[in-house]
Design a protein around this ligand. Structure first.
Ligand SMILES: [Zn+2]
Ligand SMILES: [Zn+2]
Length: 376
């Protein structure tokens, strides 16, 4: 009898071991499915109800009241203070557009140690969370554009893609897919990890302290004027300029390069956001350092990169070849391209189509490197 009981418990043990193996296999299969799901398979579940994160919502509301008051105080402040706030907005904006976006998120060019240091400082002044999180969200935005796995899915409307996503609980797809984004390059970058580690302290010094202190000690501005103009008004207005790229530049404009995606070309946004409004081109060819087909026109950021390249401070600038752009315009554009819109598919060299890597819809395109100059 004892032998029989022992045999039974041995069988049970084997059974539970088998169960464990089966469970493991199922889990692995689920994880693989999760990893291999394509953006179009994720889509947008319009029945999904978002939970509001009230502390964030109330925080943004208060910040907006303070910013409105800051705009009112511009009239009472020294005109240098307004000029200073504008200068801080544009210069620190480059930390976002040139630095976090084109250099770090898309590796559209490489920067010397000095440039990377300046970028981290300017990005901290802009105060749009640490660069590590910024880049993770942005790479995820490109990989899963306008699906539930995109942190600011524009299919959920203007408000959500503009600011609503920052005051809502993340969709489960954003959380699970966020873990699959490769950030190993950032993890090996001392400056990026230092900023991540000490972000709150650095924010207080660079985003609040220095912008407020300069007008006070520079031209005897009052603390109140400096606080409201150089921090609250400047900070919130700059955030809106960035957010417009996620909202308006995904909703209102033309699609000369790819009509099958949400991002659009929007000249006004390009002027406001230092050249980042040519968003249909940018999503079609994300690794192009110009983030537009036509270089420096309405793109302060591209002009700055060109100057830095001339000085040898940035190098290995990536630029998509004209024939690759043309092929995409003819194949997928909405007909609004000023040069290639009337061209029929027959006029495109078939070799272009065969050799064009953009048709596999990957974010990393094969690009001709130019400006291969100096340093590092
Ligand atoms: Zn976008
Ligand atoms: Zn981008």
């Amino acid at each position: 009898m004892k032998k029989y009981a022992r045999f039974c418990s041995f069988l049970c043990l084997l059974k539970s071991f088998d169960d464990f193996k089966i469970m493991g296999a199922i889990k692995e299969q689920l994880e693989n499915n999760e990893k291999t799901l394509l953006p179009q398979e994720i889509g947008t579940d319009y029945t999904f109800k978002r939970k509001i994160v009230w502390p964030n919502a109330i925080g943004f509301l208060v910040l907006h009241f303070l910013a409105f008051y800051g705009v009112y105080r511009v009239g009472k402040a020294h005109w240098w203070t307004a000029l200073w706030a504008l200068t801080v907005t544009v210069v620190s904006g480059e930390g976002v557009t040139l630095g976090a976006h084109r250099m770090y998120s898309h590796k559209a060019f490489k920067g010397s140690w000095l440039i990377r240091f300046v970028v981290i400082v300017l990005h901290t002044i802009a105060g749009q969370n640490c660069l590590y999180v910024w880049v993770r969200d942005h790479r995820q935005h490109h990989r899963y554009s306008d699906t539930d796995a995109d942190p600011h899915n524009s299919n959920r409307g203007f408000f959500f893609s503009h600011i609503g996503w920052l005051m809502s609980k993340k969709h489960p797809a954003v959380i699970s897919k966020g873990k699959t984004i490769d950030l190993s390059d950032l993890e090996n970058d001392f400056l990026v990890m230092f900023q991540k580690e000490h972000y709150k302290f650095l924010y207080i010094i660079f985003a609040i302290g220095i912008p407020i202190a300069v007008p006070i000690y520079g031209w005897n501005e009052t603390f109140i004027n400096s606080l409201f103009v150089s921090y609250f008004a400047r900070y919130i207005l700059q955030l809106h300029a960035t957010w417009l790229i996620n909202s308006a530049a995904h909703l209102y404009g033309t699609k000369p390069y790819d009509k099958f995606m949400n991002p659009v070309e929007n000249r006004l946004i390009s002027m406001i956001a230092l050249g980042e409004g040519w968003h249909n081109y940018h999503h079609a060819f994300p690794s192009d350092y110009r983030a537009a087909e036509y270089g420096v026109r309405y793109s302060v950021t591209t002009f700055v990169i060109d100057v830095l390249a001339f000085l040898g401070l940035v190098y290995d600038l990536k630029e998509v070849k004209g024939d690759v752009v043309k092929t995409r315009v003819v194949k997928k554009g909405d007909g609004s391209h000023p040069m290639f819109s009337n061209q029929s598919e027959a006029e495109v060299d078939p070799a272009d189509l065969l050799n064009s890597p953009e048709f596999d819809d990957k974010t990393n395109l094969e690009i001709s490197a130019r400006h291969v100059t100096a340093s590092g």
